[in-house]
Design a protein around this ligand. Structure first.
Ligand code: BG6
Length: 269
């Protein structure tokens, strides 16, 4: 695990999956949720933080597992750098593997008052490379019943709880009253998480992402998940930024794709 301290914040990143598990501004609650039951075992993803989902999302019929293969792989810390503005940057690379021949994958984590992450994929092969990506971010919240997500009004989404039926978001303040699992499509919008219990607003800004996934497992699914506490759905929400399902990326030979997410927080006004 790599621990990064700056004058204003601290972060932790596990080489397993290059998973950022912790980010906290001084004098503020942790921004990222990490399950107390996360296993930290080989071949199991870390439950919480920001698992890197690549090269596929969900469980397509022709794939061996859910959410890609890199979230459980051991990445390499390729370098660290202190920037003049006081931020600290750590660069991780995915070791070459037979499954992704001629595909270079890097992940930059920049820690300052905000947390910025960037997934960079370069196609060094002679043919087009098609993939999905998603930075599956788990946020700490004070109370799910007092939390809303805004910024998606009018956006179409695929409702995984209704056989991926296509619907349109009617609310500017999305509330959570049951299991929620949605892929918002064709949206580059910034979203905000309004957490009345912790009196905090979290901003999720993204670049080169057209899909936003909003997920909370609620009561029954929380009980079924062996690496997640029965009550933890109350103190967590996922707002994930990526390019998934029909919004997959087709990368030409020699091409590079960069998915960037900036997470910041402020006291609620
Ligand atoms: C979300 C999916 O992105 O990830 C959910 O939309 C899924 O359907 C969740 O349950 C967690 O997945 P996993 O593989 O980490 O348990």
């Amino acid at each position: 695990m790599v621990r990064i301290e700056t004058p204003r914040s601290v972060a932790e990143v596990y080489l397993q999956g290059a998973t950022v598990t912790h980010f906290q501004k001084h004098k503020e609650a942790p921004l990222l949720f990490l399950s107390a039951l996360s296993r930290f075992e080989d071949n199991a993803p870390i439950r919480g933080g920001i698992p890197v989902i690549f090269p596929w999302f969900g469980k397509p019929a022709d794939k061996p597992s859910q959410h890609g293969s890199v979230r459980t792989r051991a990445w390499i810390l390729a370098g660290t750098k202190s920037n003049p503005d006081g931020s600290v940057e750590a660069r991780f690379t995915l070791p070459p593997c037979a499954e992704l021949p001629s595909i270079a994958v890097e992940y930059l984590v920049t820690v300052s008052e905000a947390l910025s992450v960037e997934l960079i994929v370069t196609n060094q092969s002679a043919s087009e490379f098609t993939f999905e990506n998603c930075l599956h971010t788990y946020f700490t919240i004070g109370d799910i019943s007092k939390t809303t997500v805004s910024g998606l009004k009018g956006v179409e989404y695929l409702d995984a709880m209704d056989n991926f039926a296509r619907k349109t978001e009617r609310d500017d303040a999305i509330r959570f009253k049951c299991e929620t699992d949605r892929v918002y499509v064709n949206t580059t919008h910034t979203t905000e998480i309004h957490d009345a219990a912790l009196r905090r607003t979290i901003r999720v800004e993204k670049e080169n992402s057209v899909s936003t996934v909003v997920w909370n497992p609620w009561i029954e699914k929380a009980k079924r998940m062996t690496d997640y506490g029965d009550e933890e759905y109350k103190s967590m929400v996922c707002v994930e930024s990526g390019n998934v399902r029909s919004e997959e990326i087709k990368l030409a030979p020699g091409g590079t794709s960069s998915l960037k997410v900036k997470l910041s927080s402020n006291p609620a006004s």
